[in-house]
Design a protein around this ligand. Structure first.
Ligand code: AHG
Ligand code: MN
Ligand code: MN
Length: 331
């Protein structure tokens, strides 16, 4: 049956803009630019096995991690999709040690875009789902162009956040604070089409936890007790893909608990606040879930530095509540 009525992301954004009396269209344009970047990155991801884009670029990023060529490519695509738009005051990226000013030759705008251009890099060469994560703030400093201070805002001040999942299909999932919406790329028309309007965590949630148990010996006693409880009398199953975007997308659709705990070698865990935890937290809270560092809501954490790491407990509200409760019990 021919389907004449598809809601593309552009149509959805324009409809949403019309409901905002003071909308200028800048926000719509910004999210459309990110959707375009997603299509370009997705095209390379989907043919990564065909061209010599696999393998480490040989460099190491600020975290001392092997930088894969696709990380470099995705980082460039995100920057070039936004740098000339006149909508962005400055950017920040996992792959850039310092914040990214808008080149002088381009006008600056009101928005700050912070991104993980390619999440799940260790899965690139084995054809497992990877993603892109983005966080959008409004500039808060007075100058014409953005500064580091504009990047170091708590998650609660985000005006939008979302991710792209390059999986069996390419999906863009985002929120602007009015619910979470999922769009699936239709390659036959090259458009993201509304496929998951108003995504909400399922109730009851699936009892599945997601953590890398290889670090068990390095966890706190409370963390060890929590996972032991989940897998015994808690009756939980386990799934772990090793790409935050893929693990969290599954949990958003089915329910569950994602954990990346602190451990002796990484006392603040591995995942970064500004471009992994905070954007995911906005999506998760908008879908009725919770995101915590084990003690407090991720969205309330005031960032101190661009690449700051925090322990993460995200997913179905009752499961995050349970994690906080068990972690707080005496060691
Ligand atoms: P990135 O590729 O952007 O560095 O992110 C990888 C992260 C995240 O996607 C995932 O949840 C986590 O690394 C997996 O870490 P482990 O391999 O230590 O489990
Ligand atoms: Mn990542
Ligand atoms: Mn990354």
């Amino acid at each position: 049956m021919l389907q004449s009525h598809v809601v593309t992301i552009s149509r959805f954004l324009i409809d949403a803009e019309r409901k905002q009396p003071h909308a200028t269209g800048a926000f719509t344009s910004l999210l459309s630019d990110i959707a375009l970047a997603a299509k370009v990155i997705g095209r390379e991801v989907n043919k990564a096995g065909l061209v010599d884009i696999l393998g480490a670029a040989g460099d190491e990023n600020v975290h001392g991690e092997q930088v894969q060529k696709l990380d470099v490519f995705a980082n460039q695509v995100m920057f070039r999709a936004l740098d000339h738009t006149g909508l962005v005051a400055c950017m920040a990226s996992e792959e850039n040690e310092t914040f990214i000013p808008i080149p002088d030759k381009f006008p600056a705008g009101d928005y700050v875009v912070i991104y993980d251009p390619l999440d799940g890099s260790s899965n690139i060469d084995v054809n497992v789902s990877i993603g892109t994560i983005f966080s959008i703030h409004k500039k808060i400093t007075d100058g014409e162009r953005g500064t580091l201070a504009d990047c170091l805002q708590p998650g609660s001040r985000q005006v939008a956040a979302g991710y792209i999942l390059y999986g069996s299909s390419t999906m863009m999932v985002y929120t602007t604070g009015a619910g979470v919406h999922g769009f699936t790329l239709d390659p036959s028309i090259g458009e993201f089409v509304l496929s998951h309007p108003l995504l909400r965590f399922p109730d009851p949630p699936k009892k599945v936890y997601s953590v890398n148990e290889a670090y068990y010996a390095r966890w706190s006693r409370g963390q060890q007790r929590l996972v032991s409880h989940l897998k015994t009398d808690g009756g939980f199953g386990s799934r772990y893909i090793g790409s935050l975007v893929a693990d969290m997308h599954r949990i958003l659709l089915q329910g569950g608990l994602f954990m990346y705990p602190a451990e002796t070698q990484n006392p603040q865990g591995k995942l970064r606040l500004l471009y992994e935890a905070a954007p995911m937290a906005m999506v998760i809270e908008q879908a009725g879930g919770r995101a915590s560092n084990g003690i407090m809501d991720v969205m309330d954490i005031q960032p101190e530095s661009l690449h700051q790491r925090i322990p993460l407990y995200m997913g179905s509200k009752d499961f995050v509540d349970l994690a906080e409760k068990m972690l707080a019990e005496s060691p």
